[in-house]
Design a protein around this ligand. Structure first.
Ligand code: ZN
Length: 336
């Protein structure tokens, strides 16, 4: 007699229809929890604590889910399904990470890479997730008034990717048009944003700081455009941002010796070196230095991908090593 039942080893998936189309049930549950309003989460937690007369271990309930995922890169009899990008993006809480100042930089880089190189090859579910994360990032930027310029660049990148992949993308034409609509909506939202001048509250302003402090701050800013913009705001700041020594410090911070030596003129006195020009040429050739306050890592013991600051519940009792995952390394784990 033929075996007509579903193989018990097949992981299968339950799907649920939502206003945004079909979603996998198990990912939908996680997403609902992640997107819950903070007040609703607090209320549910309070009710749960009251119901259970919870006296000990309340932090377990109130704390957020630890974002991690066990990466499965090969099929076996027990586990047929490979880890998908959409699952990883949800389980690693990318939407929440976009709102977290220490992880936002990493998410921005990851989003840029996805939009530039991988967008048309992503599944419909992953595409929707990418645009949800993008929306979350734009609203957070408007709310906190941080990284507005970075978001404008990201939206431009998304717009280009949508135009380029128009004729060879995965997913329906309707879905692609929806992405275009949401990018246009976010772009106009960002265009409406007007930066307000800070009210005089008597607290210290950037221009009140001593020049030595300003030099140290400027030399470690990740985007030199911010330094140039700051220099346009006042005469004092302009003097600091035009100093040769500041651009020398910026060169030393952002580029290594080998890179600097490529453009450093030989047999020239230090006084004659145009460090701003060397910085410009190094930036053009070698690009921006990537610095992440927090990043993803892969556990060598259990293949758990997790945020370095948040950790993961490792299944082994032996000491393990974690390998840092740059955004490029993370994307290369998935067959796209
Ligand atoms: Zn582990």
């Amino acid at each position: 007699m033929p075996f007509i039942g579903r193989d018990w080893r097949s992981p299968g998936d339950q799907w649920v229809r939502t206003t945004e189309g079909w979603e996998r049930m198990r990912l939908w549950r996680v997403k609902i929890f992640e997107n819950l309003n903070q007040n609703a989460v607090a209320r549910i937690t309070r009710l749960a604590i009251e119901d259970l007369h919870f006296t000990k271990g309340t932090t377990e309930i109130t704390s957020r889910r630890q974002p991690y995922i066990f990466f499965n890169n090969g099929s076996s009899k027990e586990k047929l399904e490979l880890t998908s990008l959409s699952e990883a993006l949800v389980r690693l809480d990318m939407t929440g990470a976009a709102r977290d100042i220490s992880r936002a930089n990493y998410v921005t880089k990851l989003m840029t890479l996805i939009l530039e190189k991988k967008l048309p090859a992503l599944s419909g579910t992953s595409q929707k997730l990418v645009f949800n994360i993008l929306e979350s990032m734009v609203y957070e930027a408007i709310k906190t008034e941080l990284n507005i310029g970075m978001m404008k660049d990201l939206l431009e990148c998304a717009c280009d990717a949508l135009h380029e992949g128009k004729h060879f993308h995965i997913g329906s034409q309707c879905l692609w048009s929806k992405h275009m609509e949401s990018v246009n909506r976010l772009t106009s939202k960002l265009a409406e944003y007007q930066m307000k001048e800070r009210n005089k509250d008597g607290r210290v302003m950037l221009s009140d700081l001593p020049t030595d402090c300003l030099r140290t701050i400027f030399s470690q800013i990740s985007d030199h455009k911010d330094v140039l913009r700051a220099g346009q705001t006042s005469t004092t700041l302009n003097q600091v941002t035009e100093e040769r020594s500041l651009w020398r410090d910026m060169c030393l911070y952002h580029f290594n010796n080998r890179q600097i030596l490529t453009f450093l003129p030989k047999q020239t006195d230090d006084v004659d070196i145009d460090w701003k020009n060397i910085y410009r040429r190094c930036y053009k050739r070698f690009g921006k230095k990537e610095t992440f306050a927090d990043m993803l890592a892969l556990c060598s013991h259990c293949c758990g991908i997790h945020w370095k600051s948040l950790g993961h519940p490792c299944i082994g009792d032996q000491p393990f090593k974690c390998k840092d995952l740059s955004p490029e390394d993370f994307l290369s784990l998935f067959k796209l």
